[in-house]
Design a protein around this ligand. Structure first.
Ligand code: ATP
Ligand code: MG
Ligand code: MG
Ligand code: MG
Length: 565
């Protein structure tokens, strides 16, 4: 490719509203442009990198026995009603309607659509196991799109779904996919860790792991054991014996069985809250967020005597919040209204950013955000609390081996694999005739990779102050040829013969043939981050060119004849 013909608008300065290095550099180097918050155009160089990543993913998934298909972005709401997620998913699901008033969702993920497909096409165990995948744009109305491609509202995802007749088969597919993911991450040049995870809104009954690219800009924290290899997302991590006297960092709410149960990243229900506390659901009377002057000031849990006060007190101490006494609750609620043995938990809610009345309150809790939602779908109260709620503290002992110490690292979730079980097939009636001749729910798994996020994660891990340093496997070109003076005949001759020669040998080559000052060409080359640079300058007439690897400081002289010989 001749650079004079390439659409590669570079920027000298980073746009002001950009924080993450990948965001700044992908904009500056002309890989992407922002269209609106969380929505991006991929320019020609950006598309090339996406295609490289896609090719690696396709190769590894085909090797794992998966088949590619393409599902629609527009998904009729009926299928989402069947799974129950049309209401559960909340405001992240983008909803539109057609001219007849029929409702549709823009796919944030495709469990419903694919389960409906398999329900009509798969009839017997002879057609199983089956793994299908697609590469496509996904839509999520993220509360806070940020860091460029790292958290978009429209982004590229590879999503795969497996269908099997037994848990054992699911286990095998899960392991195969897990290994394919490891190979994909390695081939993309990522420093990553697979960690035990929480199922979130996709749900499921079995194992789930996230693939984390290690990076300080990552929004996830992972706990890693110094000794046995245990690694888990903080939402999920457990320590051997938490030290409840340990100092808890400010702005962090320490997880306890109570908070865990109603504060999972999806939505907790009263039932989950009860199971977390070891209670029968009918013993919890109410869970409330209490508002004063329109602002949420407290979360109240009102229950019977069985509510474990020791657990609550422990939680409150760790979270540095008050355990409200009976009087305080009486004051807040205007009386106990017939409940027995009330227990209240008071959270220090500092700023109220986007409160929209009783139903939706987003509050800032210092450095970390704590997001509270209070909804009343039918008879259940549901409370959602997201943010950095920690389960363990750095330095505590590992729960797996009781010997190692847990260390924290920041990570970017680039992939996520789930053993779904029958969560979707059960609700949507996707059944097959099993070996005993009986109808049975298909056993599913799902496996996602955020391709555009992965691209940004690579740039996070591979860059310096001057620009990106793409690993060879995903670079838009492998070799960048530059002439110092493009009008110089000797230089132009060497450039054009090297250009054809390298291309003939199967390499992708970008030739900077522009009539620009060398300084500008070098700066652009550093920004682009193509792994190998060959500079054709004065010594071209003597058959010598300069070779430099983007990841290294030093360059070396290369004798063209000798190299080719
Ligand atoms: P997160 O916790 O970061 O919000 P998620 O757990 O909601 O991600 P999944 O539902 O597991 O995401 O989707 C599969 C993959 O899609 C994720 O592992 C991630 O790589 C990618 N992904 C999810 N949300 C986004 C987004 N807003 N922008 C870019 N990639 C995303
Ligand atoms: Mg999410
Ligand atoms: Mg997640
Ligand atoms: Mg996830």
């Amino acid at each position: 490719m001749l650079q004079s013909q390439l659409l590669m608008p570079t920027l000298r300065e980073a746009p002001s509203d950009t924080e993450a290095a990948s965001h700044q550099l992908l904009l500056r180097a002309g890989y992407i442009r922002q269209v609106a918050a969380g929505i991006y155009t991929f320019l020609p160089l950006g598309v090339k990198v996406l295609h490289k990543i896609n090719a690696i993913i396709r190769e590894e998934l085909h090797a794992a026995g998966a088949q590619e298909l393409l599902l629609p972005v527009l998904q009729p709401s009926e299928q989402w009603e069947e799974s129950g997620r049309y209401h559960e998913y909340g405001p992240e699901l983008m909803r539109i309607h057609d001219r007849h008033g029929r409702e549709f969702a823009l796919g944030p993920t495709h469990e419903e659509i694919i389960t409906a497909l398999v329900r009509s096409e798969i009839k017997t165990y002879r057609q199983l196991p089956l793994t299908l995948y697609q590469i496509q744009s996904k839509f999520r109305d993220e509360r806070r799109p940020r860091f460029g491609l790292l958290r978009g509202r429209e982004f590229m995802m590879k999503d795969a779904y497996s269908f099997s007749e037994s848990r054992e088969d699911l286990r095998l597919i899960y392991q195969t996919m897990f290994q394919a993911y490891e190979r994909i991450m390695i081939r993309c040049g990522l420093d990553f860790r697979a960690v035990e995870a929480d199922a979130g809104s996709i749900g499921g009954e079995g194992e789930t792991h996230e693939f984390m690219a290690l990076s300080e800009v990552g929004e996830d924290t992972i706990a890693v054991c110094s000794s046995c290899g245990y690694a888990a997302n903080l939402e999920k991590a457990e320590s051997a014996a938490p030290d409840m006297n340990a100092e808890v960092p400010k702005g962090v709410l320490r997880e306890s069985p109570l908070v865990e149960s109603f504060c999972t990243p999806g939505m907790g229900t009263i039932d989950e809250l009860c199971s977390g506390l070891g209670l029968k659901p009918d013993r919890i009377i109410k869970t409330l967020i209490y508002f004063t002057d329109g602002k949420p000031v407290a979360v109240l849990v009102q229950g019977g005597h069985e509510v474990n006060e020791i657990k609550l007190a422990r939680l409150c101490r760790a979270a540095k919040v008050e355990l409200a006494d009976e009087d305080a609750i009486r004051q807040l609620t205007g009386g106990p209204r017939g409940f027995i043995g009330p227990v209240g938990l008071r959270l220090p809610l500092i700023a109220d950013r986007h409160a929209t009345g009783m139903n939706d309150a987003v509050t800032g809790g210092g450095e970390q955000d704590i997001h509270l939602r209070y909804v009343k779908p039918g008879r259940d109260f549901k409370v959602e609390l997201t943010g950095d709620i920690v389960n363990v503290l750095e330095g505590e002992r590992c729960s797996r081996c009781s010997e190692g110490i847990l260390h924290f690292q920041r990570g970017i979730e680039v992939g996520h694999v789930f053993e779904l079980g029958t969560k979707y097939s059960g609700k949507m009636g996707a059944q097959f005739v099993n070996r005993e001749g009986k109808l049975q729910d298909i056993i599913m798994g799902c496996y996602g990779i955020g391709i555009s996020r992965l691209m940004a994660a690579i740039a996070e891990q591979h860059h310096d102050a001057e620009g990106i340093r793409w690993p060879r496997t995903v670079a838009p070109f492998q070799v960048h040829l530059l002439t110092i003076t493009s009008k110089d005949e000797a230089q132009a001759d060497v450039a054009s013969s090297l250009y054809s020669l390298l291309r003939d040998s199967g390499l992708e080559v970008l030739l900077d043939n522009r009539e620009e000052r060398p300084g500008i060409k070098f700066k652009d080359a550093d920004l682009f981050g193509i792994p190998v640079r060959i500079v054709i300058g004065k010594l071209a007439s003597e058959g010598k060119v300069e070779l430099k690897f983007r990841a290294e400081e030093e360059s070396r002289l290369l004798d063209i004849e000798a190299t080719l010989a």
